[in-house]
Design a protein around this ligand. Structure first.
Ligand SMILES: Nc1ncnc2c1ncn2[C@@H]1O[C@H](COP(=O)(O)OP(=O)(O)OP(=O)(O)O)[C@@H](O)[C@H]1O
Ligand SMILES: [Mg+2]
Length: 262
């Protein structure tokens, strides 16, 4: 399962990616977590000290030139050694800090993009393994490359019109690019909730309540793991993954309706 986590800024994408990674690691599934955001906050959300954060791949110009070249770029570079070389291990979690193409400096965005795409595509995993990509906020970063590299999308939103509108746009764009396996996760919301009839919203898989333990923690640490409310977090992860697994199963595909295009 290769999943991307998308949505408006600040809705909880990084928190959810870290929770899912931690949950999957405890299930023995050695997940790969990819930080594809400019802010590079996934490592610290997982509890990695700032000094242990690697240089994001997007800023490693020497590596980008070595593999992709410059000018006439190699769109199919050999990246087979890179996952092992670049990953940071946090227990059973493998973290790859890529950064966002939108944040690529200088004139090497195309080259960096080619390397990121090849690396994501290369991470073909065993059936039991998982890849989770923490995306840059908003709609415009959801490109063909990212969509082609994953087979499921977790659209995260808060219970507000603006947040849900962005969620609907993200989901619609992904569906237009062929990524129709999607679930919606509502963060900082209370159930039951009636959602507005916005185009494109995927089926709701989980509602995350405001967590007082996380709010307290964030005053002293960026880590979002090992909260006293772990049972709540685990239930949310289970609900999301089982909703996606149902939608990913080939036999479930016939009945799955892609979100209606706008
Ligand atoms: N359910 C929750 N209860 C309390 N605090 C939360 C909850 N979800 C997220 N937070 C906190 O809200 C802040 C923003 O969350 P997070 O960084 O995961 O959002 P994001 O979507 O990744 O943001 P960005 O778009 O900037 O990357 C963090 O400090 C996080 O710990
Ligand atoms: Mg984030």
């Amino acid at each position: 399962m290769k999943l991307a986590v998308a949505g408006k800024g600040g809705v909880g994408k990084t928190t959810l990616t870290a929770w899912l990674g931690d949950y999957l690691a405890r299930q023995g599934r050695s997940p790969w977590l990819v930080d594809a955001d400019t802010a590079l906050s996934l490592g610290s959300a997982l509890g990695l000290p700032a000094e242990a954060l690697p240089t994001p791949l997007i800023r490693d110009e020497a590596l980008i030139r070595e593999r992709v070249g410059k000018g006439f770029i190699n769109l199919n570079p050999d990246v087979s050694d890179l996952p092992d070389r670049l990953r940071v291990r946090l227990g059973d979690i493998n973290l790859l800090v890529m950064g966002s193409v939108a944040g690529a400096g200088g004139g090497c965005a195309c080259e960096a993009n080619a390397l990121l795409k090849s690396l994501l595509a290369h991470l073909l995993l065993d059936r039991d393994q998982c890849l989770l990509v923490d995306l840059e906020a908003g709609v415009e970063h959801l490109g063909r490359g990212t969509v082609a590299a994953v087979d499921g999308l977790i659209v995260t939103a808060e219970p507000s019109w603006r947040s849900l509108s962005v969620a609907g746009q993200v989901a619609t764009m992904a569906a237009e690019l062929g990524l129709t396996r999607q679930v919606l996760v509502l963060n900082r919301a209370q159930s039951p909730i009636t959602l507005p009839a916005l185009a494109g919203l995927p089926p709701l898989a989980a509602i995350i309540p405001p967590l007082s333990s996380l709010a307290d923690r964030q005053l002293t640490s960026p880590s979002v793991l090992h909260l006293p409310q772990q049972d709540v977090v685990d239930r949310i992860c289970r609900d999301i993954l089982s909703a996606l697994e149902t939608r990913l199963a080939p036999e479930a595909e016939e009945g799955v309706q892609p979100p209606s295009p706008r």
